[in-house]
Design a protein around this ligand. Structure first.
Ligand code: BGC
Length: 791
């Protein structure tokens, strides 16, 4: 039966209801017509299916599932096949749990290392992000279940995430923030796309017609279902007209009533409503069409472990690794026993098993002891624990020290203020390094400062490794696995070096993306700023030699690039071969180079393999804002191959005798051509091309005003302090989140989502309460009381 069949038989009321979920995780069903619902669950690095109390913030428990490594680590594998395999396993877990859509992957670009949700995203590079995420989607969907590509788009900050306005110029949007979505939509066809909470250039993503219809549907050909982020609705009717099909979750009947009345008064056409409803019906029809297979959880655990072995990045090795047989090994750090292994928030998985480095290392015959070193849930130095660690160091030939960021440092919902590790971790590493050779293992969700780098002998970045991986880490330390992960993000020397630093304000609702296309290595290259560890960097126990670069033209813009890679070391191992295209000399401002290909190859010592890449028009093009299309400038382009963005080994040139095309003057702005200084407001304004919406402290409030905005009103103050207490009591129940250390985020909550939050805590707020609250905040007391009493 096609969607027409159902649409023809549905009443206006039924259609209106279909535009919103049935509850927190299910779409609406219609028994009368035999139409079942679709069940969705988070994602992305494991299944977060809730059977009891449900929420989208990581508060209540979910059923046990495999907790795979988070995207911050899996991205470092640079391995599409491996991510596909992980997707396949995730899809199997969905099928087994009757979940039809897994809410992921998240493909937002890591614009700043401060974003609290970076752990859930892949990279600062759109090509790498897009390719890996497309493999993830294909893997999950190969099981007959769907995914949700999120958060569309320009959702790169957590503070004020539900009302922030990302002010992004067209080139940055097309070249940095949209391509990962574009690759996934075109190559992997995700069942659903999730619109972001934030505004993009003044319009909420969930009602942004340009984004949802003109670009996603018309340009990229997307024909799946667009779903809002949970509670990410502003004006639902505008959303439907703009191409947002489904509102999640169910909160109350307010929007359903509005849809009905707007259809009746011709403010919303039946055609627009039918379009939205038919996408939800299609989604429901696709769901539950697969039969449950066997689920081998141990196999998934092994896979999760293997992924860590393929992704962990060796950042420093002064020759101590791999650890030689017979060396006495001491282990330090509370994370070795109580690991930090996943991020906090909606992606929180309830792992069915959890390995620790301590439990693995203890079995080594040369293991001589463990010391806690620091307290897990505070950053204060505990001198007694430090002394014990120092004692152990004196007896050991090598110390494995596990450190990183605790849960309260980074989470969905808020951003970090700096890149510092907890004080007690830094102090401990410095102290212990005085007495022993130390190898640090870092567990963190994003870039950190490493003030003790020169004091230690080795550094292995494992990010958030999931429930398994301790065995793989041990195997890397002992040389059974040759590390092959490469950084998917740049580690700067200091936060201030990051291009978004001068404009990444956590406290303003509008965020100017003044650095434009210069994100991550694109900036460090252009501004000639030396990074601590560059994008694409990672050490191996072996060495690889590159030779015989050949470029063959296949068509006007299509080329095949081939080369040979030889393992000239003693260890079998894998190398991530990276291809960068350097921009030509052009009037238009451009990055120095960008990643256009990557391949991971396994090589035995002494063996050689041929590696091939294909390049196409997009590999050389920039987005021309006058012709509103991708354009390749005439000139010479260098194609360079290497082991990291700063270690290029082979190169050759391709020349295009190309046509002239109109260039917008703003695309040749001196400030962007040079990138010597932070971008001034005038240059950004010119590039952006229209007035910037600024945060002005307004005395007029609306549904998007935050609780912080209305804190001076009696009611606002009361609600704010109540919400604050509730948030604190929730955080205490969360594993490992220390409520005293976690910043409060309730002030950023917009009024419009209060019904959703109160529903989550088991209370029902009249749908009109929020209108009343807005009126009262605007001193329209009678109207406010009328709304509040309205049922
Ligand atoms: C997050 C989404 C998530 C959704 C459902 C939201 O708060 O931003 O990524 O999928 O909740 O839990």
């Amino acid at each position: 039966m096609n969607t027409e069949y159902y649409l023809r038989q549905m009443s206006l009321e039924e259609k209106a209801k279909f535009c919103q979920g049935k509850d927190t995780w299910r779409t609406m069903d219609l028994e009368r017509l035999g139409l079942k619902f679709c069940l969705m669950s988070d994602g992305p690095h494991g299944l977060r299916k809730q059977e009891g109390a449900s929420d989208h913030l990581g508060i209540n428990k979910s059923v046990e599932a495999t907790c795979f490594p988070a995207a911050c680590l899996t991205a470092c594998s640079f391995d599409e096949d491996l991510i596909y395999e992980m997707g396949q396993a995730l899809g199997k877990e969905c099928v087994h749990a009757d979940v039809s859509v897994l809410l992921g992957p998240g493909v937002n670009i890591k614009r700043s290392p401060l974003c609290g949700r970076n752990f859930e995203y892949f990279s600062e590079d759109p090509y790498l992000t897009g390719k890996l995420a497309a493999s993830y989607i294909k893997g999950v969907q190969s099981n007959g279940v769907g995914t949700s590509l999120k958060h569309f788009a320009a959702n790169n900050r957590e503070y004020y995430r539900m009302i922030a306005d990302s002010l992004v110029d067209e080139r940055a949007l097309r070249e940095i923030y949209l391509p990962a979505f574009e690759i996934c939509v075109k190559e992997a066809k995700p069942w659903t796309v999730m619109s972001a909470y934030n505004k993009l250039n003044g319009l909420y993503a969930s009602e942004n017609k340009r984004l949802l219809t003109d670009i996603l549907k018309d340009e990229w050909g997307y024909d799946g279902c667009v779903v809002t982020d949970w509670g990410g609705v502003n004006n639902r009717v505008l959303g439907i007209k703009a191409g947002c099909h489904l509102e999640m979750p169910y909160i109350d009947e307010r929007n359903t009533k509005k849809i009905i009345s707007d259809v009746k008064t011709n403010k919303l056409s039946m055609e627009d409503l039918d379009r939205a409803v038919s996408k939800v019906i299609e989604l429901n029809l696709k769901s539950f069409n697969v039969s449950k297979g066997d689920l081998n959880k141990d196999k998934h655990h092994e896979l999760a472990n293997r992924i860590v072995g393929e992704s962990a990045v060796l950042l420093k090795n002064d020759g101590l690794l791999p650890i030689k047989e017979g060396m006495k090994i001491g282990l330090i750090g509370s994370f070795a026993e109580k690991p930090r292994y996943q991020g906090a928030g909606s992606s929180l998985v309830n792992p069915y098993r959890l390995d620790t480095i301590k439990s693995v290392l203890e079995k080594d015959k040369n293991f001589i002891g463990y010391a806690e070193g620091y307290e897990r849930y505070t950053s204060d130095v505990n001198p007694k624990l430090v002394d014990q660690a120092v004692e152990l160091s004196k007896k050991s030939d090598v110390i494995i020290l596990v450190a990183g960021l605790t849960e309260s440092y980074e989470s969905e919902g808020y951003d970090r203020e700096d890149l510092c590790l907890p004080k007690n971790h830094n102090h401990l590493i410095k102290e212990v390094s005085k007495y022993a050779d130390v190898i640090v293992i870092l567990q963190n969700g994003s870039v950190v400062d490493i003030p003790w780098l020169s004091d230690v002998k080795g550094l292995l970045e494992v990010y958030l490794q999931g429930q398994a991986g301790s065995k793989a880490v041990y195997d890397i330390l002992k040389g059974k696995i040759n590390p092959s992960g490469k950084l998917a993000e740049t580690f700067p020397y200091k936060l201030e070096d990051n291009p978004s630093f001068p404009y990444y304000s956590s406290y303003e609702k509008s965020c100017e993306y003044r650095e434009s296309i210069y994100v991550g290595y694109r900036y460090y290259d252009k501004a000639n700023v030396k990074p601590l560890f560059p994008f694409g960097y990672g050490l191996s126990y072996s060495e690889f030699e590159y030779s015989n670069l050949m470029i063959t033209a296949l068509d006007d813009y299509d080329f095949e690039v081939s080369l040979q890679v030889k393992n000239i070391g003693d260890y079998p191992g894998k190398e991530v071969v990276q291809l960068y295209v350097h921009s030509n000399d052009s009037k238009v401002f451009k990055e120095v180079k960008s990643l256009k290909g990557f391949k991971k190859v396994h090589l035995e010592p002494g063996h050689t393999k041929e590696v091939r890449f294909t390049l196409n028009k997009r590999s050389f093009a920039y987005y021309n804002t006058i012709i509103k299309d991708w354009h390749v400038d005439g000139g010479r382009y260098k194609v360079a191959i290497g082991a990291s963005s700063r270690d290029l080994r082979l190169s050759d040139y391709i020349t295009f005798e190309n046509d002239h095309v109109n260039v917008d003057q703003k695309d040749s702005l001196a400030a962007y051509n040079e990138m010597k200084e932070p971008i001034d407001e005038k240059s950004f304004l010119e590039l952006y091309g229209k007035p910037l919406s600024k945060d002005v402290q307004s005395n007029v409030f609306d549904l998007s005003s935050s609780l912080h905005d209305i804190r001076h009103t009696f009611l606002g103050k009361k609600i704010l302090s109540h919400a604050d207490r509730r948030e604190k009591s929730c955080s205490i129940t969360l594993d490992g989140i220390d409520s005293d250390q976690k910043p409060s985020t309730v002030g950023q909550t917009p009024i419009k989502v209060l019904p959703m939050f109160s529903k989550m805590s088991g209370k029902k707020l009249s749908p009109y309460f929020i209108d009343g609250l807005v009126s009262i905040s605007n001193k329209r007391y009678l109207k406010g009381i009328y709304y509040m009493l309205k049922r």
